[in-house]
Ligand binder design. Structure first.
Ligand SMILES: [Zn+2]
Length: 364
C-alpha cells in the first residue's frame, strides 16, 4: 500500500481550507522527508491567504515548521553545525532553499536573495512532491536547505518560531548594529517585535522602548525585555517622539526598528533618533509601503536607513543559540498561545488574523 499524507489546502485567497490526501513517495537524492510535529501561523501566511501577496493555488501554506526526519536521501549533507542527520532526529530548517550557482549567493553572500530562490509554503499542492508547506503531515526538504538539529530540552513551542520570526530578527537586530549601552526603539510588538526587544537586550541594550496599540502585547513586551512600553493608540507622531526622547537623554535613541508594517511609522521613528542613529525597516513586507522623509534631515543628522528581508542561514544557527542561552530570561514558550488541529485551520487563521492570539500553532 503506497503511503498517503494529509494537507490543508486552499484553492484561492480567502477560500476555506480543505484537508486533502497526497501520495508520500520515497525521497530522491538530496531530499529529506520530515513528519511535521508543529507549525505556527506567521503574519506572512495570513498576507498570502488574504491575497495581499501572490501565492500559487491550490497551495499549502506554512513555513515556520519543525518535525522529525522520516526518510533521508543520499547526498544529504550534515546539519549546519556538522552533526550527522538520521531518521528520528528533530530538526528545523531555513524557510527557503536554493541549489546551484548564484550571483547573490556566491558573490555577495546573500543566499536569501539568490535568483530563483524558493520558499516553503509557496508552491502548488498538486505537483510532486506535493508536501512543500507546513500545514500538512509531511514536508519534503529540498537540496539547498540549511538544516539544524534541535536539542531535546527545547519544547516544540519554543522551537517552531525559530526559522522565521527569531532568525529574521537576528538579522534585523544585527543590521541595526545594536550594541552595549544602546537605547533602542521597537515599533510594533507582534512576534517580531517581542523577539526584537529580547535580542536587543541580550546584545547589551541599556534601554528598550516598545510601541504598540494592543494592551496584551505591551504587557508581553515587558516580559521580553522592554524597559518601557508606550500605548500609541491615537497619539500624534509629535507626542510619540517626545515621549521616546524623554527616555533617551540628551538627544534621542541610538537605534530604532520598524516591525509594525505601518509605513508612516518610519518618518516618526527616524525623528526619535539621535544624530548618527540607525533605523531598520523589517516589517514593510507588502508593496506600496510609501512614506515621506526629509533627505536633508537624514544627511544632516547622519542617519542610517536600511531594509532587511529574510535572513542568512547562519542567523538560524544564531537564533537557536540565542533561545538556548536565554530560555530562563524570556518566556519563549508563552509566545505560542493557542493550539489547533489541521482541520481547524480556518478557525486558527481567523483568530490569528484578528490578533485574538499571538502565535497559533497547528499540530497534525
Ligand atoms: Zn514567516
Amino acid at each position: 500500500m503506497p503511503r498517503k499524507g494529509k494537507a490543508a489546502v486552499y484553492d484561492a485567497p480567502n477560500q476555506p481550507f480543505r484537508v486533502r490526501e497526497y501520495p508520500v513517495r520515497d525521497v530522491k537524492s538530496g531530499e529529506v522527508l520530515v513528519r511535521v510535529t508543529m507549525k505556527t501561523i506567521c503574519r506572512s501566511d495570513i498576507h498570502s491567504y488574504q491575497g495581499h501577496r501572490p501565492n500559487p493555488c491550490p497551495g499549502i501554506l506554512g513555513h515556520e515548521i519543525i518535525g522529525l526526519i522520516d526518510q533521508i536521501g543520499v547526498d544529504v549533507p550534515d546539519d549546519m553545525r556538522g552533526e550527522a542527520l538520521a531518521p528520528g532526529d528533530r530538526i528545523t530548517w531555513t524557510e527557503y532553499f536554493h541549489d546551484g550557482p548564484s550571483y547573490y549567493k556566491d558573490v555577495h553572500d546573500m543566499p536569501q536573495k539568490a535568483e530563483g530562490v524558493r520558499k516553503y509554503g509557496h508552491d502548488l499542492a498538486e505537483e510532486d512532491p506535493h508536501f512543500l508547506g507546513g500545514f500538512a503531515e509531511y514536508c519534503y526538504l529540498q537540496p539547498g536547505t540549511g538544516i539544524v538539529k534541535l536539542p531535546a530540552e527545547l519544547s516544540d513551542a519554543e522551537a517552531t518560531p525559530l526559522n522565521c520570526g527569531i532568525a529574521t530578527m537576528m538579522a534585523v537586530v544585527e543590521a541595526t548594529e545594536v550594541t552595549e549601552g544602546d537605547r533602542v526603539v521597537v515599533q510594533g510588538l507582534g512576534l517580531l517585535g517581542l523577539y526584537g526587544c529580547a535580542i536587543a537586550k541580550a546584545r547589551g541594550a541599556a534601554i528598550v522602548i516598545g510601541l504598540d496599540v494592543v494592551p496584551q502585547r505591551l504587557a508581553m513586551a515587558k516580559r521580553f525585555g522592554a524597559d518601557h512600553v508606550l500605548d500609541i493608540t491615537g497619539i500624534p507622531a509629535q507626542e510619540q517622539i517626545a515621549a521616546v526622547r524623554a527616555f533617551c537623554p540628551p538627544d534621542g535613541a541610538d537605534a530604532a526598528i520598524e516591525v509594525c508594517g505601518v509605513p508612516t511609522a518610519v518618518p516618526t521613528g527616524v525623528r526619535m533618533l539621535r544624530t548618527g542613529g540607525r533605523y531598520t525597516i523589517g516589517g514593510l513586507v507588502n508593496p506600496d509601503a510609501n512614506f515621506t522623509v526629509d533627505g536633508n534631515d537624514l544627511l544632516k543628522r547622519w542617519i542610517t536607513l536600511r531594509g532587511v528581508h529574510n535572513y542568512h542561514p547562519r542567523h538560524l544557527v544564531e537564533a537557536l543559540d540565542f533561545v538556548m542561552a536565554n530560555r530562563n530570561r524570556f518566556p519563549f514558550a508563552d509566545i505560542v498561545d493557542a493550539v489547533f488541529s489541521l482541520d481547524q485551520l480556518d478557525d486558527a487563521f481567523r483568530k490569528a488574523s484578528e490578533r485574538e492570539v499571538l502565535r497559533a500553532a497547528i499540530v497534525p
